[in-house]
Structure formats: C-alpha cells, structure tokens
Ligand binder design. Structure first.
Ligand code: HEM
Length: 328
C-alpha cells in the first residue's frame, strides 16, 4: 500500500514537473490546447472529429486562427482561415517552409530536398517557378491549346464508357477518371499518351491510390511516432509505401530515360521533360545546379501524384453528386 502511495506521489511530481517544463519549452509558440505527455494533443484532435481539418477548425474557434498542436512527437502549427493562410504564404519567410519529416517522405525524396510538394527554400521556389512556367508554355491552363487535348481524351473516355456498359453493364466511378486525367496532363509533361487499358499505368495509378488511401490507424500512429514506421514495417504500412514509392520512382526514371534516348529534346523540345533535359545538359558542369536526373524524377513523381488523384477524385465526387441530386 505504501509503495502504491509512493508511486502515486512520484507520478504526480513527475507530471507536475512535465507540465511546468512543457509550458516553458513552448512559451514562444502560438496558443493551443493543453498537451499530455507522449500523446500531446492526439486525444483532443480525435475527440473533435475523425477528419483532422474539421478537428483543427473546431479547436481553432477556442485557441485562435494560428494554433500550435503536438501530435505525438510531431510539432505543428495550423492556419485555420483563408486570410491567415494567405498572409503566411505571402510572407517572405514562407520560402523556408519546413515540410513533413515523415520517414516515407524522406525516402521518397532520396533523403534530399527535391521536387515541389515536400521541398523547401530556394530549390522549391526554383522548381515550382520552372514547372509552372514550362507547363504554361506548353498550353497548361490555356483553353485554346487544352481544348484539343481534352476533346481527344473525352472521345477515348466515352468510347471506354460505352464498351464498359456493353460488356459489364456497370461502371465503377471510383478511379474512373484517373487515366483520362493523367493522359491530359501527361501529354504536356512527358509527351506520352496511354490507351485506356494500358496495364502498366493502371497498375501505377492503383498503387498510388492505395498509398494515398492508406490512412488507417497504424498509418496515423506512425505519422505521430515515426520510429514505429521502422519498428513495425508491415503494420505501419512501411512495406506498402516503400513498394509504391520505388515503383513510381522507377517509372519516372524510365520516362526520363525514354525521352533522353528517343526524343529530339535538344533542338525540338515538345514537353516538360524535354525542357528539363535541356536544362540538365546546359548546367551539367555546375555542381550547384538544381537540374539533375533525381530532381526531374521527383518533379515527375509530384506532378503524377498531385495532378491525377486530386482532379480524379473531384470529378468522381461531382459525378456522384449529380447522380444523387439529379434535380440540380
Ligand atoms: C481539383 C484538382 C486539384 C486539387 C483539389 C488540388 C489541391 C492541392 C492542394 C490543397 C495543394 C496544397 C498541398 C500542400 O501544400 O500541402 C496542392 C499542391 C500542389 N498541386 Fe494541386 N490540386 C489539384 C490539381 C492539380 C494539378 C492538375 C496539378 C498538376 C499540374 C497539381 C499540382 C500540384 C503541385 C505540384 C502542388 C505542390 C505545390 C507546392 O507545394 O508548391 N495539382 N494541390
């Protein structure tokens, strides 16, 4: 009995010490809900909503538009209104944005600061500007040039729908637009155009979706406690994620090599990859150059994942919405 009381007192002292220390450590951080040892704010977030964005919004009503949260070992500041997001993104220090430190993201970037989505600082700014400029040069976002590509893909898409309805009688909406949207984007990015039943690209899209959908508890837990990712590779999703990352990296590298060998990129660049290859050649002797094969692989990987999944899910949602609300 005495031992239990002693343990309880020790526990209370340790807890008190932890709270004082925690308050001191995060004195200069934005306000946020009180944290628990080890878990941080995980319980408060989970009790608000299964969707983090909604949980953040609810909590921010109490703690402010700029809020500090600790999710296990991960520290985060959330910006919870369009105005604060706008202000932060336009701040000169936004260029130093530090992105996720998840081990999977590190592995995806070959442990370096590459690509657009997860990179930071000057390399991010350079790659982002180069990518937007180059895609625009090839007609991205311009109705006059996009219309031709979109109409061609639409024709293929409706042909596929008709065939599917004749043979199967049903069409699965989830993932229905994946390949069509990749095709539209990929014409400008790589110059390649896939048929609607290209098995290799369909498999890659499926893998990519599997990875993005893989948000089960173990994935969240290893995001909050990254050491779990290494410790339990099957349970945490590490094995699946690494399989997908390696497959996508390999696919992007093959694409790059294909254009290098088969396209007249030096004198007649016809897509984003071609212009990037020109840049690699031009800056080959500059050890500081951002334009490298690995950088191109990561930019392709980012465009593939950011461009396909987002647009495709938006289209699937819109289609289902119109089906359910036929009166609108
Ligand atoms: C309906 C379609 C789309 C939606 C809803 C969407 C949504 C988003 C969001 C929310 C972000 C910010 C993510 C973050 O910073 O954490 C983002 C970033 C990004 N998106 Fe999209 N996106 C769409 C289409 C596209 C397309 C078609 C492309 C390719 C051309 C693309 C390429 C990118 C890239 C490269 C980034 C990273 C930008 C950066 O960090 O500087 N997205 N997208």
């Amino acid at each position: 009995m005495i031992l239990i009381v002693e343990l309880l007192i020790l526990g209370a002292i340790l807890l008190g010490w932890w709270f004082v220390n925690d308050k001191r450590s995060y004195k200069k951080y934005p306000p946020g809900p009180p944290r628990l040892p080890i878990l941080g704010n995980i319980l408060q977030i989970a009790s608000e909503s299964p969707f983090p964005s909604i949980a953040f919004l609810n909590l921010s009503k109490k703690y402010g538009e700029v809020m500090f949260l600790k999710m296990g070992m991960v520290e985060a500041v959330t910006f919870n209104s369009p105005d604060t997001v706008h202000e932060i993104l336009n701040h000169e220090k936004a260029i130093d944005r530090t992105r996720s430190t998840l081990p999977m993201i590190e592995a995806r970037m070959y442990g370096r600061n590459l690509g657009i989505i997860f990179s930071s600082g000057e390399p991010w700014q350079k790659m982002r500007r180069f990518t937007i400029r180059t895609l625009r040069d090839f007609g991205f976002g311009k109705a006059a040039s996009m219309d031709v590509v979109v109409s061609e893909e639409l024709e293929k898409f409706t042909g596929y729908l008709q065939k599917q309805m004749t043979t199967e009688g049903v069409v699965k909406v989830d993932g229905l637009f994946d390949l069509t949207l990749v095709n539209v984007l990929w014409r400008l990015v790589t110059g390649v155009n896939y048929s609607m039943d290209d098995e290799r690209i369909l498999e890659l899209l499926k893998l990519s979706n599997d990875m993005i959908q893989n948000t089960k508890f173990s994935f969240d837990a290893s995001a909050a406690f990254p050491f779990l990712w290494h410790l339990f590779p099957q349970w945490s999703g590490k094995n699946l994620q690494m399989k997908v990352v390696k497959a996508l990296q390999a696919y992007c590298r093959v694409t790059l090599e294909y254009n290098r060998k088969n396209c007249d990129y030096k004198s007649n660049p016809e897509c984003y990859v071609d212009v990037f290859l020109q840049k690699i050649d031009e800056t080959r002797n500059d050890p500081e150059s951002e334009y490298t094969d690995d950088q191109l692989v990561l930019c392709l990987l980012d465009l593939f994942q950011a461009g396909a999944e987002t647009s495709s899910k938006t289209m699937s949602f819109a289609m289902l919405y119109v089906l359910i609300h036929q009166d609108i």
